[in-house]
Ligand binder design. Structure first.
Ligand SMILES: Cc1cc2nc3c(=O)[nH]c(=O)nc-3n(C[C@H](O)[C@H](O)[C@H](O)COP(=O)(O)OP(=O)(O)OC[C@H]3O[C@@H](n4cnc5c(N)ncnc54)[C@H](O)[C@@H]3O)c2cc1C
Length: 377
């Protein structure tokens, strides 16, 4: 059996690796002419790293990234509001949370494929369904027959639009800037992710390599993201801690990636016949829990296990049953965090911060554990 995968993102590549290790051949079709990820970092949380350990990638990812032992929410001046200590989970699951450059991660995934078939410059345009045979038409004019198809083509998934045309993307009305810069954080921040919350905006930063810091910044907008100018980014965050200002100043504006934050309103169907969606294509979340890619990686693991146990359609059915509740939980909680992190009313902000400070460690730990636990298969 050959499985066709649309999209060579983190989800599509991890699925191809997991299937190859099970002896299943894949062909990946990617719209880009060159694999060129956005210049940003990513945090691979415990659940993703547990999967990568099973796939034999833990060591190389650890070698190319930086371990993170706590995730902190702070005020704009970096005074702590809440902290999730990850050392408990490191001991329990025997993997660390790793912050890494996206480009490096993607290259490690590509290198791991023993016999990769990645067809670049293949943007899927349309799927014709004909009795469990799928005719894939690409924008370059090529047509390919497929018997089993995985849609890993992200938020604006064409596979999903062909399967289930009625789905809704939601705009969180937040602009997001992401950058990487040559910078060494003071020692105390070296193994932490810090996200500073102010009024209708926030700023996160983390060391991803010895001399590189990845940062992201978000700001609410009323109508559209053009309300903000990249050249003014320093001004927008001038009330934040001086270290944040130094990080922004050290970044070349031309290399900052700008995007609007969107998600996919939870949908109850991820598959039809022998076509299935994974990752952002199935359950795109806002990035507020840093779990989107981790969920795609979990999908890859679960789906590859099921495809060796059951026939294709049954595997897709089981996949949806096993993965949908947690993936949707991530979508819902992420959306909520996006709202509460951008409050504008000072009284509500004070109340929120107090509530977060008073939340017992045990409760934070319990919630995190639900996310970090991967299915036993
Ligand atoms: C600001 C921000 C920060 C984030 N931080 C984190 C984090 O720290 N940790 C985390 O786990 N997640 C994070 N995420 C989420 C994460 O980036 C996504 O969830 C993840 O990239 C989804 O992977 P995917 O493979 O499903 O989709 P994608 O990464 O979107 O990959 C889809 C691939 O399909 C290709 N494609 C698209 N359409 C077509 C087509 N028609 N034909 C062929 N190819 C096509 C694309 O070119 C792309 O290569 C963040 C997201 C944002 C926006």
């Amino acid at each position: 059996m050959t499985i066709d995968i649309i999209g060579a993102g983190i989800g599509g590549l991890t699925t191809a690796i997991a299937l190859e290790q099970k002896g299943i051949k894949t062909r990946i079709f990617e719209q880009a002419e060159k694999i060129k990820p956005v210049g940003a970092g990513i945090i691979l949380a415990s659940n993703a790293m547990q999967v990568f350990e099973k796939l034999g990638l833990k060591k190389s990812i650890e070698e190319h990234g930086n371990p993170i032992s706590s995730m902190n929410i702070t005020k704009a001046n970096l005074a702590p509001i809440s902290k999730v200590d990850l050392s408990f989970f490191e001991k329990k699951h025997k993997v660390k949370n790793i912050a890494i450059h996206r480009g490096i991660l993607q290259q490690l995934l590509i290198n791991e494929l023993k016999s990769p078939i990645i067809k670049l410059n293949h943007r899927l345009k349309n799927i014709d369904f004909n009795n469990k045979k799928y005719l894939l038409t690409f924008e370059n004019g090529e047509q390919i027959q497929s018997s089993t198809l995985i849609g890993a083509d992200g938020l604006n998934c064409v596979v999903r639009q062909n399967l289930f045309p009625n789905n809704t993307l939601r705009n969180a009305k937040q602009i997001c800037w992401r950058g990487i810069t040559n910078f060494k954080l003071p020692h105390k921040y070296k193994h932490e992710l810090n996200e500073a919350w102010n009024k209708t905006d926030r700023f996160g930063f983390v060391q991803i390599a010895e001399d590189k810091v990845y940062w992201y910044a978000l700001k609410s907008f009323k109508n559209n993201k053009n309300e903000f100018e990249i050249n003014n980014i320093q001004t927008y965050f001038k009330n934040y801690d001086p270290i944040i200002n130094k990080i922004i100043a050290a970044t070349n504006n031309k290399q900052i990636n700008t995007a609007e934050i969107l998600d996919l309103k939870p949908t109850e169907n991820w598959y039809k016949e022998n076509v299935c969606l994974i990752g952002d294509a199935a359950h795109a979340a806002t990035p507020n829990m840093g779990q989107g890619a981790c969920q795609a990686i979990e999908d890859a693991y679960v789906l590859s296990q099921l495809l060796t146990k059951y026939d294709t359609n049954h595997a897709f059915q089981e996949f949806q049953r096993l993965r949908l509740p947690k993936a949707h939980q991530v979508v819902k909680v992420s959306w909520m965090i996006g709202k509460i992190s951008h409050l504008s009313n000072p009284i509500l902000i004070k109340f929120r911060n107090l509530l977060m400070r008073l939340t017992p460690t045990s409760l934070n730990r319990k919630q995190t554990e639900q996310i970090f636990q991967i299915p036993k298969l």
